[in-house]
Design a binder for this molecule. Structure first.
Ligand SMILES: [Zn+2]
Length: 86
């Protein structure tokens, strides 16, 4: 992950991270601008998890299992034959 200096736009180095919740989905990143000659600012940037683009594999399997459990045996057999429409 690249963090850019808000002052000069140069790449910055993450020097430490402070997680703001137990799930580690939100954190403050302590950063130092690598443009040491002209800037060298240090600053804090916040990162946070937003949403999944694809659910984790375990979630997908659980969702599939939950859906299969709502079907009758005949419906499951039909689905496994690759002909869900009947
Ligand atoms: Zn800078």
């Amino acid at each position: 992950m690249t963090v850019y200096c808000p002052n000069c736009g140069h790449k910055a180095r993450i020097t430490s991270r402070n997680n703001l919740n137990d799930a580690k989905t939100v954190a403050d990143l302590y950063c130092q601008c690598m443009n040491t000659k002209d800037c060298g600012a240090t600053f804090v940037a916040t990162i946070g998890f937003k949403h999944y683009l694809n659910p984790p594999a375990a979630s997908t399997l659980q969702m599939a299992a939950n859906l299969l459990n709502t079907l009758s045996k005949a419906e499951r057999d039909q689905l496994l034959k690759g002909n869900p429409a009947g």
